[in-house]
Design a protein around this ligand. Sequence first.
Ligand code: SAM
Length: 262
Amino acid sequence: MAVRFDVITLFPELFAPFQTVGVTRRAFESRAVDMRLWPLRDHAEGVYRRVDDRPFGGGPGMVMLVEPLVRCMRAIRADQSAGGAPRLPVILFSPAGKPLTQQRVQQLAEGPGAVLLCGRYEGIDQRFIDAHVDEEVSMGDYVLSGGELPALTLMDAVARLQPGVLHDAASHEQDSFSDGLLDCPHYSRPEVLSVPAQGDEPGVEAAVPDVLLSGHHAKIARWRREQQLAITARRRPELIDAARARGELSKKDEDFLSQLTL
Ligand code: SAM
């Protein structure tokens, strides 16, 4: 069954290219992911179809109104039950949410889907959040102008985990975070890269690490594991601690880490 996303947005046009290129196109064509866009303005009333108003208590910016959101949610719930879909949880994108992780993406990829609520302006009237939102998700400690890019990010991460969407199924298994560590470096042709000197710039010769050309699968796997450990220990040491706490570091891994200069 497809993972279904009902996206509430003021800017549905931002989602069009997502359905026509690369991995995400394949996810839609193979019906692994079913994205339904719900333009919020369709649920607003009056000549001006207002979806926002000034905040009580004063201050800058506008707040997204409860009523159009409630009408939109009603339409989504009706559509979900008409299509035999379960009542999907509502995810609001917000800088105040829990940072999105690969683990959460994996859970969503294996589940029935979600309603994705894209905020705009200063955000959404808290009373709608209290009554309808199940989870708040953040993309990081910075502020975007809307929740559309977060929604696209989440759906992209879910789409590439769907069976048959990536050409090589093993590819996401070696991605960063899938085993709790960052990914190792990758190399392709040519074996030796020669960049001739130009002006004051010295020439560069860079060779692919020998082990990758050895054909020795066990040695290559060990080299990749050690590269992952080294990069993770240097850049995100907290991920090493977490992997250790989960019992995922072998004696060999610990020996390697203990002699590593950070
Ligand atoms: N006043 C809000 C604050 O300071 O937290 C920022 C509102 S922002 C301009 C408009 C919308 O963009 C938010 O409602 C949210 O949906 C989305 N957004 C912005 N930054 C985000 C982030 N880091 N993670 C997830 N969503 C974000």
